[in-house]
Design a protein around this ligand. Structure first.
Ligand SMILES: Nc1ncnc2c1ncn2[C@@H]1O[C@H](COP(=O)(O)OP(=O)(O)OP(=O)(O)O)[C@@H](O)[C@H]1O
Length: 317
């Protein structure tokens, strides 16, 4: 049984195709990750799946309703957590919950809110203004708000972007716990490989509006993975020959191999150990999957996004 069925979903802005005929299914109770770099089309996909923007072509059935034909029914049955600020800092946690209840038409919101605040261990702070909340508490409140209408599916757009390592770990636990305890299906977007790898039972890798690979993290790694040897050269001009499967950018050479340990000595000999500054081995990961599929890494393509979100965080303080 599926909570989400996406078929040829497409969004065009004028001549530009932001999301290009994507199709995938998310089983009930699954944590599905849409993994891709900045500008890949993740937010646009979430906006279509949550009924916020209509698709140009294709459709998706979310919680039994078409996002194209019945966006209001979809909206009332789902939870949504965006990467942007959604709490009103001048209001208390309780007041934020009340607004959410009114927006989503939840009748028994007081009882449900208290249960959720207790579940997340923040009930004692319910009358405190959220401006005084720590980032971890804010995340717990945001998740409580998304669960208020007892949704079958929760959408999370970049749920841990800009969070420090500890808060990110807290958020990962929250996601696993609500998936287990509230049996909620979760579709999250991320550009963090380790996040998709650790949390998601199934991943769709999205790049330039297209899903380029679909499967469990293990399936993707065994199908498209491989080890990566990364060598930093002392002088890049001295590299006078071609190395098979090498990606060269400035003084950095990345070489895809089946097994790093068994290929390393030959590669070092070929480059010449007097021209090598550092050597790093990366075992098969979703990063190598992405590099193998696109020729570049997600991190490199995401430089601007991270700067942008760091700026938002600074502005928020
Ligand atoms: N309203 C819009 N009008 C025109 N182009 C848009 C609009 N919204 C998004 N785009 C473009 O569509 C592409 C996909 O954007 P989207 O925000 O979905 O990407 P993303 O994968 O979520 O990346 P990010 O991590 O930056 O949010 C980008 O090139 C973006 O500039």
């Amino acid at each position: 049984m599926y909570s989400i069925e996406v078929k040829d979903l497409t969004k065009r802005y004028g001549d530009f195709t932001a999301v290009d005929h994507i199709s995938f299914k998310v089983e009930k109770g699954e944590i599905f990750g849409l993994l891709g770099p900045n500008g890949a089309g993740k937010t646009t996909t979430i906006k279509m799946l949550t009924g916020l923007t209509p698709p140009t072509e294709g459709d998706a059935i979310v919680s039994g309703f078409s996002v194209k034909e019945k966006p209001i029914e979809v909206k009332s049955r789902i939870g949504w957590i965006s990467s942007e600020v959604i709490l009103d800092d001048d209001l208390t946690a309780w007041e934020n919950l009340e607004i959410q209840a009114r927006l989503t038409g939840v009748k028994n919101w007081k009882e449900r809110s208290l249960d959720l605040l207790k579940y997340f261990g923040i009930a004692e702070f319910k009358d405190r203004k959220t401006g005084k909340f720590s980032t971890g508490m804010r995340k717990k409140l945001e998740v409580s708000m998304a669960l208020l209408n007892s949704p079958e599916v929760i959408f999370m757009d970049e749920p841990t972007i800009g969070l420090d390592v500890n808060t990110r770990a807290t958020m990962w636990n929250l996601i696993r716990e609500i998936n287990r305890d509230y049996q909620v299906t979760i579709l999250l977007t991320t550009h963090y490989m380790e996040e998709a790898d650790s949390l998601c039972s199934k991943i769709g890798i999205i790049n330039k509006g297209k899903i380029i690979a679909l499967g469990s993290p293990e399936e993707l790694k065994s199908r498209y993975g491989g080890d990566m040897i990364e060598i930093e050269l002392k002088e890049k001009d001295k590299l006078k020959f071609d190395i098979q499967n090498a990606i060269i950018s400035d003084s950095r050479v990345r070489i895809k191999v089946n097994n790093a340990e068994s290929s390393l000595m030959d590669i070092i000999k070929a480059i010449g150990d007097n021209n090598i500054k550092t050597v790093r081995i990366q075992k098969s990961s979703l990063d190598t999957v992405f590099i193998n599929l696109t020729g570049g890494s997600i991190e490199e393509q995401d430089f601007d996004a991270r700067k942008f979100y760091a700026m938002i965080r600074r502005a928020r303080r």
